[in-house]
Structure formats: structure tokens, C-alpha cells
Design a protein around this ligand. Structure first.
Ligand SMILES: *[C@@H]1O[C@H](CO)[C@@H](O)[C@H](O)[C@H]1NC(C)=O
Ligand SMILES: *[C@@H]1O[C@H](CO)[C@@H](O)[C@H](O)[C@H]1NC(C)=O
Ligand SMILES: *[C@@H]1O[C@H](CO)[C@@H](O)[C@H](O)[C@H]1NC(C)=O
Ligand SMILES: *[C@@H]1O[C@H](CO)[C@@H](O)[C@H](O)[C@H]1NC(C)=O
Ligand SMILES: *[C@@H]1O[C@H](CO)[C@@H](O)[C@H](O)[C@H]1NC(C)=O
Length: 532
């Protein structure tokens, strides 16, 4: 009874038979339990919330402790040992005769319940499965957040903006079961089973007198907006040029350079993203910078990067695409350089790779800080007369390989937070603006790897929680949510890099590759650095 097939017809018949019986049973069960005791916050009773709110993830609260406890308990009950064999999805309205697709309203937040069953058709009694989700159409791509209720069922929330009414593909893929994504070498446990694949029609239904449901206007991101722990955004596309292809230099210059962003999804020259119209927004919208805007904001500033090879790509793309240094073909993993536009216009960039304490090696992540010489190299920069204006931090991919168990990663994260706390608290003058950029959602083959999305999502939340608790962060930029909609194939990534330099060469069976996801990140970081 696996729900699959794109017609939706078969699927809907199954629902109409089972929904009354099972949903009633489940609802009864839920009513007698305190769901929040499960250790995972989720937005309670979404139907009762004002329908015109944007869907958001709840703040991270007590995350590390709860997760450590969950993993410590994993294996202690017989039901931890049972694998999910199939799932059933509840919560869509009845399928009406004459409709081609399941129809639901735009604007509202829809709650679905995904229930996991074992091979004897028994409902599973433990959580820990990782489901990847996708809502995709020709001009909208996002995830649908999944909340593990720890009893074998999962809550999935869906929302579509009224301007994007239409038919979308909705997929749910079981990545890992039973927390297996957390293993150091999880490949053998990768399930990669599409458990839901259907189409949904989002419709703008007129409500009695009030008309269709509207969502609040997306505003330009402010300082407060970067205080959210994690984001739930979407990629939307406008002005797509169907005849555009890669040029000799590997670039996708598809749109008129004068084309502007569609309000309210971003502001500025959309063509600068080289995305053929795609742009990302979260709970607020971002600014796309012109070269002059970027220089106005960054002139004479010092930006310090601490992170993995994705930072290396981002810095090069930042120099190439935004600051106008088109001839810089690469930057190294560790460097400290000042880039001049004019004698009076310059920006200093320092980069300290943290994939390993030795720049020619990999797979240490936060453990790189165990190395005295490496720590000292970082600390030196903070003993100069003035500190950097901003620090952009990231870690995750290399941690995924290094740490054998979750509790070891937690210890490593504690040590890293201690290190940065002592460094930054020791500063005399003004403190840098510290931005933590969460790790990307790894794509294609890397969905099964040591740095798979299941593990990275947990690592991201743990480190954000710890950095925030230590009061180190000015803000968070959620690279995980940004990259998620593009992580199912290799169109935008080699698995672990979304920002490889443009090149008109073969890329996973096609000519050239998309680099716009990282370019979007560059502009989001610019926005974070430039917002007052
Ligand atoms: C945090 O979670 C742990 C483990 O679930 C629990 O024992 C503790 O009471 C929680 N703390 C708070 C402040 O809720
Ligand atoms: C969780 O428990 C199950 C059942 O004992 C086990 O197969 C799995 O490896 C455990 N997961 C982790 C991450 O330890
Ligand atoms: C860094 O690693 C390389 C390659 O393994 C090695 O040759 C080199 O000696 C190492 N450098 C240091 C300073 O340990
Ligand atoms: C997962 O499944 C998809 C579709 O069946 C397939 O194309 C892809 O190669 C698989 N990924 C991995 C990492 O096995
Ligand atoms: C990726 O590229 C392939 C081949 O060009 C295309 O069929 C597919 O739709 C693309 N995927 C996405 C998510 O755009």
C-alpha cells in the first residue's frame, strides 16, 4: 500500500478508506498524550493558528540534550530494532470526482501525518527515520518540513503562496531509517526509497467574504531576521529564458542585465545571480547587490572566514561575481589578502580552512582546533590593533567523517565554542559581527555519505544551539535550507560543492553546471554584512 504513482487517483482511494478509521484512532491516541514531551517541538495545532501566517520552523530549544538522550536510548526497546517497510500518508482532503489531482488551498498551512509500518503491517513505535521532501514545479521549489513524533509517525507541513497556485510534484523519500544516517560510514544503510510521489493542485479558493487567503508581504531582511535559528524558504523563478544555455566560459548569462527582481521575492538585478530567474527567499527577502552597492558597504572592511572548502568557493565567487575581480581563478584554503579596486577602495579577506589543521588534508572539522599551531594561527589575527569587522563561520562536512559518535561531536562543538568565546571575549575594541552559516544539504551520491543530510541537519542544530547559548552569534544564515531544494541530483552540485567555478566542460552527463545556489549565498552573506 505504498503511496506512489503520479495520478493520485489510486492514492486517494486508499486514503478515503483508511483515513476515517486510522486518523480517528491516531487523533484519539494523540489527544491522550503530550506530544511536546516527545522531545521535539513542532507547531502545535496548526489548523487553529491564523491561516495567513508563513510557515516557520520553531526555535531550537534544548536540542542537544534531547538528541543525546534519544540516541542513548536508541536500541533499548524492541521497537528500535524494527525497520520501516512502508508508509501511509493521512490528511489530504477527499479526492473529488472529476479532479485530476488532490486539491488543497494556497495560503493555509496543511498538516499531513506520515505513519511508518513494519513488514507485518504493524505501526512502528519508535522514530528516527529521515524523510527528505520536495514540492517542486517549474517556478517553485521548497521542502516540506518533517517533525518526528517519536512514535513511528511524522508530521509534515505544506504551504503554497497564493501567487503560485498550480500543480506541483510532491515527493517524500526515506533516506535513512532508525537514525542510521548518524553512523560514521552510513552508506550501507541508505534506503533512498521514494515512499510518496504524487501531484498536488494548490488552488486559490475564495472564502465567503474575505476572498482568497493572503500571506503577509515578505519584507527585506532586517537584523532581527538573522536571529532565527533555522529557515524555511523557497526558490521561485521569474522571467525564465527557455533558450538560454551555457556560454564558452561556462556562464549562464540568460537574462537582460537590467532585469530587476520581482517584488517581493528579492531586490536588485536578478540577472546577477546567473540563475535564469531562480531566486531564494526565506521569512524575509534578500538584496541582490550591484558591484557599486557591494563596494559601498564593504570598503575598508575586514572579513574573516573560518570554514570548509565551500567557503573557499564562496570567497572566490564573491571576488569574481560581486566585487569584480573576474581574473582571480582560485583562492587557497588559507590566506590573508587585501583586494584593491582603487587605492582608496579595498577589502581585506582572511580565510582559515577548518577541514583539517593541515591545509593539504581533510576530515577533521571542529577537531582541527586540537592542533596548537593551528589555534595559534587563528588567534594571531585577533591580537592585531583592530579585530575583523565580521567573521563568517561554518563546519560540518568534515565533522561528518571525523566524529564516530554524536556525543563526541557534541564535545568537539563545546571545545570549539570555548575557543571562540575566549578569543572574542578577549578583544579590547569593537567586536566582529559573527555569522554562522549552516552546512549545505549534500547532494546526489553524498545523500548517502558520512556527511548526509540526516546527520548534517542534526549537527547544524547542535552547533547553532551552542554558539547562541554562548552569546557569540550576531546571526545565522541557513545554508542547509538554501541548498535543500537542489540536493536530489547533480544539476547544481558535485555532491559537496554548490559553488564550483563556471566551466564549459562535461558535468554529470551535461555541458556546464549551475553555480547560482552558491552565488545566492554570496548575496545573502553580503546582505547579512551590510544590514544596519
Ligand atoms: C531538556 O531535555 C532533557 C532531555 O529530554 C530533559 O531531561 C530536560 O528536562 C530538558 N530541559 C528543559 C529546560 O526543558
Ligand atoms: C539505533 O538502534 C538501532 C536498533 O538497535 C540500530 O540498528 C541503529 O544502528 C542505532 N542507530 C545508531 C545511530 O546508533
Ligand atoms: C601536511 O600534510 C602533508 C600531506 O600529508 C604533509 O606532507 C605535510 O608534512 C604536513 N604538514 C605539516 C605541517 O604537518
Ligand atoms: C537514489 O535513487 C535515485 C532514483 O532512484 C537514483 O537516481 C540515485 O542514484 C540514488 N542515489 C544513491 C546515492 O544511491
Ligand atoms: C537536472 O537536469 C536534468 C537534465 O538536464 C533535467 O532533466 C532535470 O529536470 C534537472 N533537475 C532539476 C531539479 O532541475
Amino acid at each position: 500500500m505504498k503511496a506512489k504513482g503520479t495520478s493520485g487517483v489510486q492514492f486517494s482511494i486508499i486514503i478515503s478508506i483508511l483515513v476515517t478509521i486510522l486518523l480517528m484512532m491516531l487523533l484519539l491516541l494523540f489527544a491522550t498524550r503530550h506530544l511536546l514531551d516527545s522531545g521535539f517541538e513542532f507547531i502545535e495545532d496548526v489548523h487553529a493558528s491564523k491561516p495567513s501566517d508563513w510557515l516557520q520552523l520553531p526555535p531550537i530549544f534544548n536540542y542537544t540534550q534531547k538528541y543525546l538522550e534519544l540516541i542513548a536510548q536508541n536500541g533499548s526497546k524492541p521497537c528500535h530494532n524494527i525497520a520501516t517497510k512502508k508508509v501511509q500518508l493521512f490528511g489530504f482532503p477527499d479526492f473529488k470526482e472529476g479532479d485530476t489531482y488532490v486539491k488543497i488551498n494556497t495560503g493555509e498551512i496543511h498538516t499531513l501525518l506520515l505513519v511508518a509500518f513494519d513488514d507485518l503491517d504493524q505501526k512502528r513505535c519508535a522514530g528516527g527515520d529521515y524523510f527528505e521532501t520536495e514540492i517542486s514545479g517549474s517556478n517553485w521549489k521548497s521542502r516540506a518540513p518533517v517533525f518526528d513524533l517519536q512514535d513511528g509517525s511524522y508530521k509534515i507541513l505544506l504551504q503554497m503562496h497564493p501567487s503560485f497556485a498550480g500543480v506541483y510534484r510532491f515527493r517524500v523519500i526515506l533516506g535513512f531509517s532508525n537514525f542510521h544516517g548518524l553512523h560514521r560510514r552510513p552508506q550501507q544503510w541508505f534506503r533512498n526509497e521514494t515512499v510518496v510521489d504524487m501531484h498536488i493542485e494548490f488552488v486559490n479558493e475564495e472564502h465567503d467574504s474575505s476572498g482568497v487567503i493572503h500571506l503577509p508581504r515578505l519584507n527585506q531582511c532586517t537584523k532581527e531576521d538573522f536571529q532565527l535559528d533555522s529557515w524555511l524558504g523557497r526558490w521561485v523563478s521569474f522571467g525564465h529564458n527557455p533558450s538560454c544555455s551555457v556560454d564558452k566560459r561556462g556562464r549562464f548569462r540568460c537574462l537582460d542585465a537590467k532585469a530587476r527582481c520581482s517584488d517581493p521575492w528579492c531586490r536588485g538585478p536578478i540577472a546577477a545571480l546567473e540563475s535564469n530567474g531562480w531566486v531564494y527567499s526565506a521569512h524575509c527577502a534578500f538584496r541582490i547587490f550591484t558591484q557599486d552597492d557591494a563596494w559601498r558597504c564593504l570598503n575598508k572592511k575586514w572579513i574573516f572566514f573560518w570554514g570548509d572548502s565551500n567557503h573557499v568557493d564562496t570567497i572566490r565567487n564573491f571576488l569574481n561575481f560581486v566585487l569584480g575581480f573576474e581574473n582571480i581563478l582560485e583562492v587557497s584554503r588559507r590566506f590573508d589578502a587585501t583586494y584593491y579596486r582603487h587605492p582608496s577602495q579595498y577589502v581585506r579577506i582572511t580565510s582559515m580552512f577548518n577541514g583539517h589543521s593541515n591545509t593539504s588534508q581533510n576530515h577533521e572539522g571542529l577537531y582541527s582546533l586540537h592542533d596548537d599551531a593551528y589555534r595559534e594561527r587563528i588567534a594571531e589575527f585577533f591580537r592585531e590593533g583592530t579585530a575583523p569587522d565580521a567573521i563568517i563561520m561554518n563546519s560540518g562536512l568534515h565533522d561528518g567523517v571525523y566524529w564516530k559518535h554524536l556525543y563526541q561531536f557534541v564535545e568537539g562543538a563545546d571545545k570549539a565554542v570555548e575557543f571562540w568565546t575566549s578569543l572574542l571575549n578577549g578583544l579590547q575594541g569593537s567586536k566582529p559581527r559573527v555569522v554562522y552559516r549552516t552546512t549545505i544539504t549534500t547532494a546526489g551520491w553524498a545523500r548517502a555519505a558520512s556527511f548526509n543530510p540526516h546527520k548534517m541537519e542534526i549537527f547544524n542544530n547542535i552547533i547553532v544551539e551552542k554558539l547562541k547559548k554562548a552569546n557569540l552569534l550576531w546571526g545565522v544564515v541557513d545554508g542547509f535550507d538554501l541548498t535543500y531544494p537542489w540536493h536530489f541530483d547533480h544539476n547544481c552540485s558535485d555532491g559537496v560543492h554548490y559553488g564550483k567555478p563556471p566551466a564549459a566542460v562535461q558535468w554529470y552527463g551535461q555541458l556546464g553546471h549551475q553555480y547560482f545556489v552558491d552565488l545566492m549565498l554570496v548575496h545573502i552573506l553580503m546582505h547579512a554584512l551590510c544590514v544596519s
